[in-house]
Write a protein that binds this ligand. Structure first.
Ligand SMILES: N[C@H](CCC[C@H](N)C(=O)O)C(=O)O
Length: 247
């Protein structure tokens, strides 16, 4: 079987396509393992679909399932286009609904994200003010003046107590810097797309950023998030790092 290793702003994935649908949990755990596998934050299987260009099964590094993954939508779109599985403007089915992605240039992909749902307008805990929103998967957001306040153990506690990814955001000159602790990776990732969108929506609601701005995750790669009427777009570069054919 041939697998592609992708990096989407540092959030990395093992991607392949199959005509046979099945449970890929064990494949995900084995291939995402960073010492004995290819190593990645997530695993995506592309499968045939009658109502869209394809559908996907997404798994976190630990084999857990997630409805959506913003960075994986960009990597998967690049994979599908370059493997002649979809045109440059494509639609694919995820557990969070139909996702539309577009190849903007050779390595830049733009995704229309799902409609968000605010889950909690605000609460105080552990000395921080939190906002909870579903941007395809659930996220906690706190806006801070220093990203060094991001703490693994605090994030783990909040992750398990609220069953959500945990984001610390700092606003600098109308741009956003984000650090994210991800469910299913159980640690900080170099980027989290739905997390960056969650932070953008909170900052935009508080009028700390405009309707279009640059967002920088832990990897410091530059992404663009914009809101046009009620649609939210997430744009940035992806890289196919290598392909591996495993027996
Ligand atoms: N770990 C997340 C799913 C992947 C989200 C992230 N990698 C993104 O780019 O949106 C969860 O289980 O809720």
């Amino acid at each position: 079987m041939t697998y592609a290793k992708y990096s989407a702003s540092g959030n990395d994935f093992v991607i392949f396509h199959s005509f046979v649908d099945r449970d890929f949990t064990q494949d995900a755990i084995k291939l995402c393992n960073r010492t004995e596998g290819i190593g990645a934050d997530g695993f995506v299987a592309l499968l045939p679909c009658d109502s869209a260009n394809f559908r996907w099964r997404f798994y976190n590094n630990d084999g857990s399932n997630a409805a959506m993954c913003g960075n994986a939508t960009r990597a998967v779109a690049h994979y599908a286009y370059n493997n002649n599985l979809a045109p440059s403007k494509m639609k694919f089915l995820t557990e969070a609904g139909v996702i539309e992605s577009e190849i903007i240039s050779e390595d830049v992909v733009k995704t229309q994200m799902t409609q968000p749902t605010v889950l909690d307008e605000g609460f105080e805990q552990e000395g921080f003010s939190w906002y909870k929103i579903d941007t395809g998967v659930p996220h906690l957001v706190t806006i801070v003046d220093d990203l060094e306040k991001f703490n693994h153990d605090l994030c783990a506690k909040m992750r398990y107590e609220h069953n959500a990814n945990v984001n610390f955001a700092k606003i600098e000159d109308g741009k956003i810097r984000v650090r994210t602790y991800e469910r299913g990776v159980e640690g900080e990732t170099l980027a989290c797309g739905t997390g960056m969108v969650a932070c953008f929506l909170r900052a935009n609601e508080l009028k700390l950023v405009g309707d279009k701005t640059f967002v920088y995750p832990k990897s410091n790669e530059e992404l663009i998030i914009s809101k046009v009427e009620d649609k939210i777009y997430f744009q940035g570069a992806v890289k196919r790092v290598f392909t591996a054919t495993l027996g």
